[in-house]
Design a protein around this ligand. Sequence first.
Ligand SMILES: [Zn+2]
Length: 242
Amino acid sequence: MNQEIITKAIVIKSVNYKDNDKILTLLTPEHGKISASLRGANKPQAKLKFAGQLFCFAEFCLVQYGNNKTVKTATEIESFFDVAKDFEKLSIGSSLLEISDKITKEGENCYLVFLNTLKALQTLVFSSTSPKMVLTKYMLEVFRICGYELIMDRCKSCGAKFNNNIFMNIETGAFVCKLCKTDECMAVSLGAFNIMKLVSNTDYLNLSSIKAHSHHLDEILVLLNANFTGKFDIIIKSLKNI
Ligand SMILES: [Zn+2]
């Protein structure tokens, strides 16, 4: 008998394959990132159509055939499909999924990335938190999980306390003062810096209590995106629309 794997998973990528099938990329808590085919997903009457959609969060039963896995059944756990009703949420949600895919590899543990992605999706879909703030929190947590936590207490170079003049080294993510800034540094406004610090220290559940101007969140996302590219050498395509 072929081996079966039962796992919770979020569908983070879904690509059409042959006439009616899809190849899914699943982010799971215990089995890392998995590719699996979903047969007949594009047929009009397909029972498991929902399982082939991005953002699907379900318990999957996968069957192993040689090197390939196929979805046998799936039961939805929580629906995030309402994300598609709001353009900004959909666009931010797509960025969350794209980032989760880019920073994980098949065969490696991705429990913390799974958890962070799940919390971010729940906050994005079910709370009144600004979508841009959810993405800010998500990216800060991704840096932390990958060992690149942003240190915002003092100048990374000289240890001085920050006043109004704060700069970020886009390559390294280090925050430095005016005296220590180099050519790779971008200025950060005090407003954006304080919001970033607050978001970093607040749980997803409490983010909605933070008041932030949209232009500060835009400024933060430009910085984090540039820093993301500097650290991971990856460009997040969907972030261009934000
Ligand atoms: Zn300094």
